[in-house]
Design a protein around this ligand. Structure first.
Ligand code: ADP
Ligand code: MG
Length: 308
C-alpha cells in the first residue's frame, strides 16, 4: 500500500498548490500524458488566466481543479483539501460547495427551458435553500452581472455574451470560493468577450472569489494579475502585471520563465530554434545571470540579435 504523507502547503495565502502533477488519460488503445510535472500556485482571491496551444493540457488541469477528473500522480491541494486522495464522496461535496464552473459552450451552462432567474435558482434549491432565499440571491447575482432586466428571458432570448453572464451567476449561486472557466469567451466576438472578462474581474474584486480562466484570448492580459502559459502539460512562462510606484514607471508587464523545484525551465521554442539548440546546451554562470549556449557555436551566421 502506498502511504501518503499529508503536507499542508506553505504560505497561508496559497489556495491552489500543484506540484509535479501528472495526468495520464487512458483509453483502450493508448495512454496520453496530458499533464507532465505541472507546478502551479494560485493565491486566495487572485484572478489569473491560463493560456496555451490546443492540447497543452489546460482543460485537463481545469477539470481536475473542478473535481470532475482525478490526477494520476503528484500533489494538488485546493485550500486544505488534497485532491489526489479525496474520495469520490468528498469530491461530490467539493463540486457542489467549493467550485463554480463556466463552460465554453453556452448550451452546456444553462437549462434551455428555464428563465435566466430560474437557472440561477436551481443550484440553490438543490442545496436546500427556500424559494424566497433563492429568488433573493438570484436577483442579487443577476444585478451584479448586469442582467436583472432580462431575468425572465430564456437562454435563446439572450445573446451569447448575456448567456455567459447568466452562466457566471449560476456558477456563483452557492457562493463557492473558487470560480473556474474553460474558454468562456471562445464563442464570442472580442468586444463581447471583454465584457464577460470584466464581469469576472468585477466579481473577483467585490467578493474575493478566486478566479482561474482558461482562454485563447490574449486580451485577457489586461484584465488579470497574472497569465500563466502552458506547454506540453507543464507551466512554461508567466506574465505578471503590476504597478511600480517605486520607480514611477506606472504599470509594468514582465514575462518570466517558470523554474520548477528541480531547477528545470523551458527555453521558449523561438530561442531554441534561433540558436539551433539541440539536445544539449552549455550553461555558464555570470555574476548575476546564467548564459545558455548551443553545444557548438553556429558557423558563419551570427544570431539575429547580433546582426547589424
Ligand atoms: P487543451 O484544453 O489545452 O486543449 P486538453 O487538456 O484537452 O488540452 O488535452 C491535453 C491532451 O490530453 C491532448 O493530447 C488530448 O487529446 C488528451 N486528452 C484530453 N482528454 C482526454 C481523454 N478524456 N481521453 C484521452 N485523451 C485525452
Ligand atoms: Mg481545452
Amino acid at each position: 500500500m502506498v502511504t501518503h504523507t499529508r503536507e499542508v502547503p506553505q504560505g497561508a495565502r496559497t489556495y491552489i498548490h500543484c506540484e509535479d502533477l501528472f495526468k495520464i488519460h487512458k483509453t483502450q488503445e493508448l495512454e496520453v500524458v496530458a499533464l507532465r510535472g505541472l507546478d502551479l500556485k494560485v493565491e486566495r482571491g487572485e484572478m489569473m488566466a491560463i493560456v496555451g496551444a490546443s492540447g497543452s493540457g489546460k482543460s485537463t488541469l481545469l477539470n481536475i481543479l473542478a473535481g470532475l477528473d482525478t490526477p494520476s500522480a503528484g500533489k494538488i491541494f485546493v485550500g486544505d483539501r488534497d485532491l489526489l486522495t479525496t474520495t469520490e464522496e468528498e469530491l461530490v461535496r467539493y463540486r457542489r460547495s467549493e467550485v463554480g464552473f463556466v463552460w465554453q459552450q453556452t448550451g452546456r451552462n444553462l437549462i434551455p427551458y428555464l428563465t435566466a432567474q430560474q437557472n440561477v435558482e436551481v443550484p440553490m434549491i438543490l442545496e436546500g435553500d427556500t424559494r424566497a432565499q433563492a429568488k433573493r440571491r438570484a436577483e442579487h447575482l443577476l444585478e451584479i452581472v448586469g442582467l436583472i432586466d432580462k431575468r425572465r428571458h430564456r437562454p435563446e432570448q439572450l445573446s451569447g455574451g448575456e448567456q455567459q453572464r447568466v452562466a457566471i451567476a449560476v456558477a456563483l449561486a452557492n457562493d463557492p470560493p473558487l470560480l473556474l472557466a474553460d474558454e468562456p469567451t471562445g464563442e464570442l466576438d472580442s468586444a463581447t468577450a471583454d465584457e464577460v472578462f470584466s464581469v469576472f474581474r468585477d466579481l473577483n474584486e467585490r467578493t474575493g472569489v478566486t478566479v482561474v480562466i482558461v482562454t485563447h484570448d490574449r486580451a485577457i492580459t489586461r484584465r488579470v494579475d497574472r497569465v500563466v502559459a502552458m506547454r506540453d502539460g507543464r507551466t512554461s512562462s508567466e506574465i505578471v502585471r503590476h504597478v511600480s510606484f517605486a520607480r514611477g514607471e506606472g504599470e509594468v508587464v514582465e514575462e518570466f520563465a517558470v523554474v520548477d523545484r528541480s531547477g528545470r525551465l523551458q527555453i521558449p521554442r523561438e530561442m531554441v530554434e534561433e540558436l539551433g539548440i539541440g539536445d544539449r546546451a552549455r550553461l555558464s554562470l555570470g555574476e548575476d545571470h546564467v548564459e545558455v549556449r548551443p553545444e557548438r557555436p553556429r558557423e558563419r551566421e551570427a544570431p539575429r540579435w547580433r546582426r547589424r
